[in-house]
Design a protein around this ligand. Structure first.
Ligand code: PLP
Length: 431
């Protein structure tokens, strides 16, 4: 494959945009090399500006569950745009998407639209604090909730239970209000509740993680969190920005059988346009301005184009017969193919998959269940596998610590080609 135009484009972008990109992971920092600049996409394929075509397993990091440029979504955006892009005044589309989300996710009594997942989690945390009158939040190491100051926090050293900033620009004061626990480790959460009685406003987590790769919670862990939150009158927030409408029609909470107090959404609910949302129990949502005292606003919130794309996407997920079963079948066949490759070649690796979200961990361990497990992966090996895949026309997320996404547009042929390319790459890596 030739990447001349992308190399030139990246060089030019770096003169004007920090690192040449508008979100760090796009720069290929953790795998090396030059990111292809994208010209267009359709269905399961994306095409770069040099004309190389790839089978896409990034899907814009989750939103494109229908595949790229789905004709119904394109049409909805075009028709809505012709009526005006934004009014800063109420539209019926906003009620329509709220009704749809409520129908699909029973834990949602009320929902507020925002413009990104980051905004959704930031606002949900403020609401939980306003509702409980408490300051502290528990988050899990390895979970990502967008780039709010409150969540860019890592575990403090030694005996400290308070977090410390994991980027310059976050104040120690903010870090002090975030406590860090370990995923799939209930005692690590119990200890924090014991040390901070009546001080914890919220526990937030990815109910199935994608942002440290796919990790599935033990039922005992997730049930335990629900119980701890109930006992301590703490708001349980499921960050379903990635898992929402990805895992199941009723999201990860349906699969796990847990009712969170608040849920955050993003990605799929915008159909590829910038969107976030948060919602949940009536009593908590009633605290939001203008009904209640907790302030939150947005000039472009509920934007008609984003609502139209989101409504069209959610309707299709809802109405297409066997949508999630078909997605499961395609995804299972990819997993099976990769498992067979590894068995045949004696290649070390663990595949974690839930529905159409999967990660192939390059590890000698037998399972990956925690951030500590994730950190044992061979990222150099991943980087080499990634580069070979790209050369073979398979576009994977450029980091070991990410989920891959399969869309409804992925075909049997796509999967077969991917499994064959993967076999060749694994074989090379074994040599
Ligand atoms: C992507 C993501 C976010 C952030 O959403 P943005 O739209 O990128 O701000 C938050 N939480 C989770 C779980 C995500 O996957």
């Amino acid at each position: 494959m030739i990447f001349d135009k992308s190399i030139k484009a990246f060089h030019e972008a770096q003169k004007h945009i920090p690192g040449g990109v508008n979100s760090p992971v796009r720069s290929f920092g953790s795998v090396g090399g030059n990111p292809p600049f994208i010209a267009k996409a359709s269905g399961s394929k994306i095409t770069d500006i040099d004309g190389n075509e790839y089978i896409d397993y990034v899907g814009s990091w989750g939103p494109m569950i229908l595949g790229h440029a789905h004709p119904d979504v394109v049409k909805a955006i075009q028709e809505t745009a012709a009526l005006g892009a934004s009014f800063g005044a109420p539209t019926e589309l906003e009620t329509e998407i709220a009704v749809l989300i409520k129908k699909l996710v029973p834990s949602i009594d009320m929902v507020r639209m925002v413009n990104s997942g980051t905004e959704a989690t930031m606002s949900a945390l403020r609401l939980a604090r306003g509702y409980t009158g408490r300051n502290l939040v528990i988050k899990f190491e390895g979970c990502y909730h967008g780039h709010n100051d409150s969540f860019l926090i890592q575990a403090g050293s030694g005996a400290l239970t308070f977090g410390t900033p994991n980027t310059p620009g976050v104040t120690p004061g903010t870090a002090h209000d975030t406590l860090i626990a370990q995923y799939n480790d209930l005692p690590s959460v119990e200890r924090l509740f014991e040390d901070h009685k009546n001080e914890i406003a919220a526990v937030i987590l990815e109910p199935i993680t994608g942002n440290m790769g796919v990790i599935i919670p033990d039922q005992i862990f997730i049930n335990g969190l629900r119980k701890l939150c109930d006992e301590n009158k703490t708001v349980l927030i499921f960050d379903e920005v990635m898992t929402g409408f990805r895992i199941k029609k009723g999201c990860a909470q349906e699969l796990l059988g847990i009712t969170p107090d608040l849920t955050t959404f993003g990605k799929i609910i915008g159909g590829g346009l910038p969107v976030g949302a948060y919602g949940g129990k009536q009593e908590i949502m009633d605290m939001l301005a203008p009904k209640g005292p907790v302030y939150q606003a947005g000039t472009l919130s509920g934007n008609p184009l984003a609502m139209a794309a989101g409504i069209t996407t959610l309707r299709l997920l809802d109405k297409t017969p066997d949508f999630y079963d078909n997605l499961e079948n395609t995804s299972a066949s990819l997993e099976e193919g990769l498992q067979n490759n590894m068995k045949e070649l004696g290649f070390d690796g663990v595949i974690n998959r839930v529905g159409s979200m999967f990660t192939l961990f390059f590890t000698k361990e037998n399972s990956v269940k925690s951030f500590a497990d994730v950190k044992k992966c061979d990222t150099t090996r991943f980087a080499n596998y990634f580069k070979m895949s790209l050369q073979n026309g398979i576009y994977l997320a450029p980091s070991q610590y990410e989920a891959g996404f399969i869309s409804a547009a992925h075909t049997k042929e796509d999967i077969q080609k991917t499994v064959e390319a993967s076999y060749m790459a694994m074989k090379k890596l074994k040599e």
